[in-house]
Design a protein around this ligand. Structure first.
Ligand code: CMP
Length: 216
């Protein structure tokens, strides 16, 4: 628990009751944890793996809002405003979660101001990120949006190896193009262009950025 940023300011004696109320849950790759519009009464912390949070249009197209990994939390909105889940959640790989029931979550917010501040900071971060995404959709060209999305994924999920950053995520071209807000056709054109410039190499579930080439 100490490794989870939301709880890292708490002492061992403060963490002990949390480990008693939290339950571990493992999810197999591809399984759905909940669907958008479901009622929600559980808060989740990711201990391992990665979870895709996404919405669907009336026509069935998906929009990936975020991919969360170890140390991240999600599922707080339905608990805080009492409305249904604002997005669906699917495991991209085998994942381990910590579940905290709504009543226990509320008691934690009441008794630990550091946790409340952590949740507020996370909500603020997401609002900033969403504002940036809206302005990117308005002002950036397609190519820059694809590159920026890769850089965001590298910052959040990448592992540095010398001048390379490796992103291992089970995100297909459909999902990457939705995240960047471009068509699949444009996405594959831009990926090939970046590959030709030596900025990017990619394979199944793997994207590697070359920092030296990226700076150029
Ligand atoms: P909740 O609405 O309970 O269930 C879906 C969860 O997805 C939501 O809580 C948030 O935790 C998370 N979520 C919704 N929108 C975003 C977003 N734009 N960025 C990151 N996470 C989000």
């Amino acid at each position: 628990l100490k490794k989870v940023p939301l709880f890292d300011k708490l002492s061992e004696s403060q963490l002990e009751p949390i480990s008693r109320i939290a339950r571990r849950r493992s999810l197999s790759a591809g399984s759905i944890l909940f669907q958008e519009k479901d009622p929600g009464n559980v808060f989740y912390v990711v201990l391992g793996g990665s979870i895709k949070l996404f919405t669907r249009s009336a026509g069935g197209d998906e929009k990936v809002l975020s991919v969360v990994g170890a140390g991240d939390s999600f599922g707080e909105l339905a608990l805080l405003d009492g409305l249904p889940r604002s997005a669906s959640a699917r495991a991209l790989e085998t994942s381990l979660l910590l579940e905290i029931a709504s009543d226990d979550f509320m008691r934690l917010l009441e008794s630990h101001f550091d946790i409340t501040k952590g949740i507020l900071a996370e909500l603020s971060r997401r609002l900033r990120q969403t504002n940036e995404h809206v302005s990117d959709l308005t002002f950036l060209d397609d190519r820059t949006r694809v590159l920026k999305n890769l850089i965001n994924l590298a910052n959040q999920h990448g592992k540095r190896d010398g001048v390379f950053i490796n992103i291992h995520l089970a995100l297909n071209y459909d999902e990457l193009s939705q995240m960047a807000g471009v068509s699949k056709q444009i996405l594959s054109e831009v990926l090939r262009e970046l590959e030709a410039k030596g900025v990017l190499t990619f394979g199944i579930n793997r994207y590697t950025l070359n920092l030296t080439k990226l700076r150029g």
